[in-house]
Write a protein that binds this ligand. Sequence first.
Ligand SMILES: [Zn+2]
Length: 292
Amino acid sequence: MKISNILCVLLSLLFSTVALAQAPVSPPQGHPDRTIKVEPFNIVDNVYYVGQYVQEASYLITGSDGHIIVDTGYDESVPEIADNIRKLGFDPEDVKYIIGTHAHSDHVDGHARMKEMTGATILASGPDVETIETGGKTDFRDGDWRPVKVDRVVEDGEVIRLGDIEITAHYTPGHTRGAMSFTMNAVAEGQNYNLIILGGVRIAARPVFGHPKYPNMAADFSSTFAKLKKMPVDIYLGGHGYWYGLGDKMKRAQAGEGYRAYIDPEGFQKAINGWQQQFVDQVVKEGMELVK
Ligand SMILES: [Zn+2]
């Protein structure tokens, strides 16, 4: 047996210790989750879904001194998101902070128009600032969306405060250099729940090792998966509805389960394991290429 073959086997063994799991799969073109509009609704406590579709998530977190919007979708989505905010009885002009889970067009293209509409402050993680400010031109996979100035950088672990709102930003890079996930305490029927809005953790470009425009990608993914797996999560939300089965959960919530439909710690772990498995498979593939 050649040394390269032994290395291949060792690599496979090393990574086969990760629990096999399926990553969430994006609904195909034409699927109802992509085309049927969602009426805005309360998820739990002060957290509302204001995205146009199940596929295209945006969240409104309301508070005593104004609101925070997480992910603004595409530029053309913004008027509909603003309408959704009004339908819930809130005023878009009371949005004070705009933040994205990560610098890709489907999450931050709408930032510029949302800022024009609300005058809100745009927050971003340090590593995603340049990508947002160049409309993706400096991204490792070459984006093209409306550039906008970032007003304030949010640090890893920072608690973003606005009136009685407190959400914690966690850097979870890999999908983009500055992808973030947000956690907060949600209260329902006198109980506290750990809520997460997960940022992207899927491989966005290959290779994961030695990518010329993002050399730290593999190391970033490794630490992100380790970090996320340790997080206490009760209510699982994320940058796209399909990541957490929003279509089904919405139906269950409407049928009487209410916020309890969104309590899904196992679903969170399963999804993270699935994306980690995809990453590990890619690492093994690239490792095998190296030792050929
Ligand atoms: Zn993305």
